[in-house]
Design a protein around this ligand. Structure first.
Ligand code: CU
Length: 175
């Protein structure tokens, strides 16, 4: 039987050797578990089972801020036929509306002086434009109007190549 002093020391200094208690030190290397216990079957990841659930996930993805826009705050232009986004001129170095929402298959006309405000597809992150060509919004450097059709759902950011870093940018959300 251990003395009270030994018990007290053991509680403070785990490695203090108390006579005859060596067998109480747990083995350093645990015995391996049986293979069946080590290799668990993977936990299945629940997949959305309905279109509504999948749509909800897509909408959540659009909730993130892109060029100062979110889907929730975008101007609803789904009933506007071929809506117009104006820029420059009297409006200043902005696109109006900056954040637009349309339906799949709709087109948007950009109206303004492209020579003064060259249009580019892409995002502005930390004031630095990052071009993302290849989508419906085509780089435009001349003329006064350009119309782009959006045949698929998605998030289509754009910016002015001269003033995009200063906030002249926007997004077309297509649903
Ligand atoms: Cu500009």
């Amino acid at each position: 039987m251990r003395s009270l002093a030994c018990l007290a020391l053991s509680s403070v200094f785990a490695l203090v050797a108390c006579g005859g208690d060596d067998e109480r030190i747990p083995p350093v290397i645990d015995a391996p578990l049986p293979d069946a216990a080590v290799i668990d079957a993977p936990t299945p990841i629940d997949a959305p089972t309905t279109d509504a659930a999948i749509d909800a996930l897509a909408i959540d993805a659009s909730a993130f801020d892109v060029n100062g826009c979110t889907l929730a705050t975008a101007t609803d232009l789904t009933a506007a036929g071929t809506p117009t986004v104006t820029f420059g001129g009297a409006a200043g170095f902005v696109y109006a509306p900056k954040c637009a929402r349309i339906s799949v298959g709709q087109a948007v006309t950009f109206s303004g002086a492209f020579a003064s405000h060259p249009l580019r597809a892409g995002v502005v992150v930390g004031g630095v434009p990052q071009p993302q060509p290849g989508g419906p919004i085509v780089s435009t450097d001349t003329g006064a109007t350009a119309t782009f059709t959006f045949p698929a759902a998605g998030v289509f950011p754009y910016y002015c190549n001269l003033h995009g870093g200063g906030g002249m940018n926007g997004v077309v959300y297509v649903q």
